[in-house]
Design a protein around this ligand. Structure first.
Ligand code: ADP
Ligand code: MG
Length: 728
């Protein structure tokens, strides 16, 4: 008997909302209380140390060792005043989550005594045993040295009794082994390029910083049900599960009232996030049952990425307290919406301007159009790279499924802005712009803010959409580190802005007025990037055909999408902006391929285990019952028994056929795995997993799901979709 499943279901009926009071009624009273933020620094640091940190944050200046000592002492004092006993360098290795190794402040001293100590050396640099983090062959494992180094631009924070210091993670030979290092480098690249372009518009700007506002989607499942599904536990998604009679078609979940148990979880989570200075503001139900979304106010990209990594950890920790498990997988349930992480990106200046926000007059709108058009042109040139940066085994199930952005990268900008670009294309010509023409153009672009106000036709099907004052990259996977996408976006924008500036300068040198030169260069880019713009339904089949005509790639599987990273143009791009050396890029490629392989390998093993020791045994149990019933019918009805037993005999037969198929496919899949395992080259191996192992998944699932609907409900060994998604 499948008692495990039913006892799990029974637990749910006893669950109560676990309300946790916030530390105070006003969030502002405790917001950022566990962060060594600017206010705290002012209180705890000497003036000299405070200014040095400020310079580092605002101007990227180095902090000298003496200052680091004094910062460390103050940090320790602050942390100890909050009951902290340990510290850790907190970093983002390429495993995709965060890593920490806790050390105690306690230091034994002579005479069997101890003191609390934490110096500049410990703050600035640590040497974790790094041999078990992915490095793509950069660091020989016997040479297990990697360094973490303090990132003073992201404030330290407290979790539990541990002081966490955000750091980068690099190999002994200086190559990046994490997400933060290239992100910081790409910020430098795009800032420099954007500042150069800003010279055309506003000489008072001295900093340009990318901003990121992410939206995080996730599912919640009761812990008891989760624990009885080996696939959820091992792979984060359901490998089987017949869709329930009701799915998401009623759309009654989206923005519906949040159930109490979930609400209690969300509030608790928000308290924790606010203590850590994460400006979470939005929460709502998503489209699929038991799917939710949360979003903070946008922040500087480096901080936003750190906060997103923290949020994923907090979500998981707080969920446990509420007897939930949070699913960050991109597609935990087939036939339901998947989860993404929308990355809203823009560029902000130190003078408070959002460079992707339409201005109030023609002058500021020319600036807006410059950054707007250059983003489009950058994406057009490097759409394949963007596709590669969002590739993962999980996201493969989401991209291209009919309710997620397709695997094709395209840009939606709305009809009004399209019309303006069309007009520039039409009106700007190679010769000198006549005064009338210029006035006309400027009048037209002067109207952008009005236009934007009623630009409500937001296209939800686009993978990369302009949404009023930022671009929203929607194809990013829900579990991934936002930095991957942001590194690429920053770098391609840097490259594009540099080439834009060079073109404009050339025209000015040849005698054009500045505005004319800008208009002409905009036109050139508008024409060149037309192919990436698409205003229609990105989920439609027509778009797939149209995209192919336009020569846009539609690569559906990760191992092949990753190949774009190895294009010569991409290698050159990253190297020339000092974001990734060729070695670093190759290492990342290998790690991503390896990661894909391992994911599919684990799924395949889990699938096989579940088929062989849960599904088939249950099917046999039920079949046995039918067989003995039919046998007994024969005793009662004699030769005429067939007439009565026919329906049951059909089920017996179907079960037999499905068991046979399952068994033989499981075996074939095992053989395919074995042969893939023998391949040395990691990219070829990952492709073999994709082409030869993964291909069995759907067919196996199909047979299991068919069994699910014919076998006695009492005997089914694992929780069903309707139970995981609808039971409260
Ligand atoms: P939705 O896409 O769900 O309709 P909004 O349009 O309100 O939501 O905003 C989505 C996200 O965009 C929020 O996280 C918000 O902080 C972020 N955002 C707003 N302005 C910017 C900006 N200038 N740069 C980056 N992100 C931004
Ligand atoms: Mg959004």
């Amino acid at each position: 008997m499948a008692t495990l499943r039913f006892s799990a279901l029974e637990k749910i009926f006893d669950r109560q909302p676990n309300w946790q009071d916030p530390p105070s009624n006003n969030i502002s009273d405790y917001f950022g209380q566990n962060v060594f933020n600017m206010d705290t620094m002012k209180e705890f640091l000497s003036k000299e140390a405070y200014n040095s940190i400020l310079d580092s944050m605002q101007k990227g200046k180095k902090i000298d060792r003496k200052i680091a000592d004094s910062v460390a002492t103050s940090m320790k004092a602050w942390a100890m005043s909050k009951g902290v006993t340990h510290y850790t360098h907190w970093f983002q290795p390429l495993t995709g989550r965060t890593a920490e190794k806790h050390d105690s402040f306690m230091e034994p001293v002579a005479g069997g005594k101890a003191i609390e100590s934490f110096g500049g050396g410990q703050l600035v640099q640590q040497e974790p045993d790094a041999s078990s983090f992915p490095n793509g062959g950069i660091r020989n494992t016997f040479e297990a040295r990697g360094y973490t180094a303090w990132d003073p631009t992201s404030p330290a924070f407290i979790i539990g009794k541990t002081l966490c210091i955000p750091t980068v993670f690099v190999s002994y030979t200086g190559e990046a082994l994490d997400y933060k290092t290239p992100l910081l480098k790409s910020n430098v690249a795009v800032e420099k390029a954007a500042l150069d372009v800003m010279k055309f518009f506003d000489k008072n700007v001295s900093r340009v910083i990318p901003t990121l506002g992410w939206e995080q989607e996730y599912f919640l499942v009761d812990a008891a049900l989760y624990n009885t599904r080996p696939d959820l536990v091992m792979t984060g998604r359901t490998l089987f599960g017949h869709s329930s009679s009701r799915g998401q078609q009623l759309d009654d979940h989206y923005f519906g009232s949040i159930p109490d148990r979930v609400m209690a979880f969300m509030q608790d989570f928000e308290n924790e996030a606010h203590l850590l200075g994460i400006p979470v503001t939005t929460r709502h139900n998503e489209v699929a049952p038991n799917q939710f979304e949360m979003a903070p106010m946008y922040e500087e990209v480096n901080i936003a990425v750190d906060h997103n990594q923290l949020v994923m950890d907090i979500l998981e920790k707080v969920a446990v307290k509420h007897h939930f498990r949070v699913l960050l997988h991109e597609k935990p349930f087939q036939g339901m919406n998947g989860s993404g992480k929308h990355n809203n990106w823009s560029l902000a200046t130190d003078t408070g301007i959002n460079l992707l926000s339409p201005g109030v007059n023609p002058k500021t709108n020319l600036r807006f159009l410059t950054f707007f058009v250059n983003t489009i042109a950058a994406v057009q040139k490097y759409d394949n790279l963007l596709r590669a940066t969002i590739a993962s085994a999980g996201n493969d199930h989401r991209l291209g499924a009919n309710e997620a952005p397709p695997a094709i990268i395209s840009i939606f900008i709305g009809s009004q802005l399209s019309a303006i670009l069309d007009e520039i294309e039409k009106k700007v010509h190679h010769g000198k712009l006549l005064p009338d023409e210029k006035t006309d153009l400027k009048l037209r672009i002067g109207k952008i803010p009005d236009i934007m106000l009623d630009n409500t036709d937001r296209n939800r099907t686009s993978s990369f959409a302009f949404t009023g004052n930022k671009f929203e990259f929607r194809a990013v996977g829900s579990h991934s580190n936002c930095a991957s996408a942001m590194v690429s976006l920053n770098t391609i924008m840097a490259e594009q802005l540099i080439s834009f500036k060079a073109d404009v300068d050339k025209l000015i040198k040849a005698g054009d007025k500045k505005d004319d030169a800008i208009f002409k260069t905009l036109k050139k880019n508008i024409v060149a990037s037309k192919g990436i713009r698409f205003e229609g339904d990105g989920y439609s089949d027509d778009w797939v055909i149209e995209a192919e005509k336009r020569g846009l790639a539609n690569v559906k599987s990760t191992p092949y999408a990753l190949d774009f990273m190895m294009d010569d143009s991409v290698k050159k791009l990253f190297a020339s902006h000092n974001v990734f050396s060729e070695v670093e890029l190759e290492a990342r490629y290998e790690i991503a391929q390896e990661h894909y392989k391992m994911k599919v390998q684990i799924e395949s093993r889990c699938l096989q285990d579940m088929v062989l020791n849960q599904i088939i045994p249950s099917a046999i149990d039920y079949q046995h019952r039918l067989v003995s019933n039919v046998t007994k019918m024969k005793e009662i009805f004699g030769t005429g028994f067939k007439k009565h037993a026919e329906p049951q005999m059909k089920i017996i037969e179907e079960i037999s056929t499905r068991i046979e198929s399952l068994q033989s496919m499981a075996e074939e899949m095992r053989v395919a795995r074995k042969s893939a395992n023998k391949i040395d080259d990691v990219a070829l191996q990952s492709k073999a997993y994709c082409d030869n192992v993964f291909k069995f998944f759907d067919e196996i699932r199909y047979n299991v799901d068919k069994l699910e609907v014919i076998i006695d409900n009492e005997l089914w060994p694992i929780p069903k979709y309707r139970e995981m998604l609808f039971t409260r």
